[in-house]
Design a protein around this ligand. Structure first.
Ligand code: SF4
Length: 404
């Protein structure tokens, strides 16, 4: 097994097909650097200088740092950098970067909260100690405080502040913590510290040994899953918008081809015609079924009224007879009703649970598709599955997915 990185693992989780393009087929695309990533890199350079100089007893003034930022900005700037927003210019982004540094400087000056051990430090994490599952990463700043407290600092320049659920579930810094824990013998506690520079906000989380152990298992599981994968299905999401493989991905290839066509060629494209015809037929079927359902309800009501008026239980026709039964339907608590759990307990108490509960095969298939079960559990379950080839077409109209 090779060496993994957080971005490699994350790529697989985001979309297995993208992972295949990037890491198996090794397809290189011409990716333009965006202004956002350029800004982030220059801010990282500046904070790296701040702390590296401090390690050599040189404390830069705020003006020194801002000068450095501007110099690096000019030196590394090139006209290929992509600015997608029409509203903001290169100068807006530079001013933003200056603000990030200014706020950070004011918040932490004189930077003696902890002792920096390294900046942009490569860390190699041997997850199970056998060298089989290796992950590498770069820590923006690794620092130490008295009493065996280590800090892993990460600088974020995104313009959105992640919700706490995202930080609780993030595996990048916990992974680095596993590596730091192995590297230093005196570790008592590792603090994971995110700096959201756009909001002048610091978020700190400490993971327990048990939580780190769970993350280790989770990452081993992802690596196992990747290594055993034979298929790398597309997983379309909002993130496709930024995927460099969009023009060659089957999810979007047709759209790209159509964009190059004239209106006439577009309308006579076989794919366009087939989808339109398919969509029309599905719509017609829906309307037809709706009308039929309404008609059935109407006749049913008339039939019940007729039987009641005439004192009949069964009414006879030429093709069939209709028996009218009036009774009561039993309704038990639904999934969202808290009494459902209590009912479950009652059934279990009277040994009826085994008899009444059944496997939710839909949910089970979903769990397997999402790969959210541990690999060994998945393997055990899969030994009972049969595979049937199916072909489905999902129509997306007005943000609505319909299977037929
Ligand atoms: S465009 Fe979307 S579905 Fe296709 S490879 Fe990229 S992320 Fe995956």
């Amino acid at each position: 097994m090779g060496i993994y990185s957080y971005s490699k693992l994350n790529c697989y989780l985001q979309c297995p097909r993208k992972y295949k393009f990037a890491y198996i087929d090794k397809i290189r695309t011409e990716v333009k650097e965006t202004i956002e990533s350029f800004t982030g890199n220059r801010v990282h350079d500046t904070l790296k200088k701040l702390y590296r100089d401090l390690m050599y007893e040189k404390l830069n003034s705020l003006e020194d740092l801002l000068d450095f930022l501007r110099r690096e900005w000019e030196r590394k700037w090139n006209d290929g950098i992509l600015i997608t927003s029409k509203e903001y210019t290169r100068e807006n982004y530079l001013k933003m970067a200056e603000r990030f540094i200014r706020d950070y400087y004011k918040r932490y000056y004189p930077f003696n909260q902890s002792r920096t051990l390294a900046v942009e430090e490569r860390i190699l994490i041997d997850l199970d100690g056998t060298g089989r599952y290796k992950v590498q990463g770069f820590i923006d700043r690794l620092a130490y405080r008295d009493g065996g407290i280590y800090e892993i600092h990460d600088y974020k320049t995104n313009m959105t502040l992640p919700v706490s659920e995202y930080l609780e579930n993030d595996i990048q810094l916990p992974l680095y913590a596993i590596g730091v824990k192995k590297r230093y013998h005196d570790v008592k506690e590792i603090r994971l510290i995110w700096h959201f520079l756009a909001f002048d906000k610091e978020v700190e989380i400490v993971k327990s040994d048990e939580e780190l152990e769970n993350i280790k298992r989770k990452v081993i599981d992802i690596i196992e899953r990747i290594e055993r994968s034979e298929e790398f299905p597309a997983k379309p999401s909002a993130l496709c918008e930024w995927c460099e493989y969009k023009p060659i991905c089957g999810e979007f290839k047709h759209r790209y081809r159509l964009e190059e066509k004239t209106l006439d060629d577009f309308l006579s494209d076989k794919g366009v015609q087939l989808v339109d015809r398919y969509a029309d037929l599905v719509e017609r079927r829906e309307r037809f079924l709706e009308d039929i359902d309404k008609e059935i309800e109407k006749v049913k009501k008339e039939l019940i009224d007729f039987a009641e008026r005439e004192g009949l239980d069964t009414v006879y026709g030429t093709k069939a007879r209709a028996r009218i039964v009036k009774g009561k339907r039993l309704i038990f608590p639904r999934r969202d009703d808290e009494r459902r759990e209590k009912l479950k307990e009652v059934l279990k108490k009277h040994n009826l649970w085994e008899e009444l509960a059944d496997i939710d095969v839909y949910k089970l298939s979903k769990l397997l598709r999402e790969g959210s079960l541990p690999v060994d559990v998945e393997e055990e379950i899969r030994s009972y599955q049969d595979v049937e080839e199916v072909e489905k077409v999902y129509l997306s109209r007005f943000r609505e997915d319909k299977e037929s």
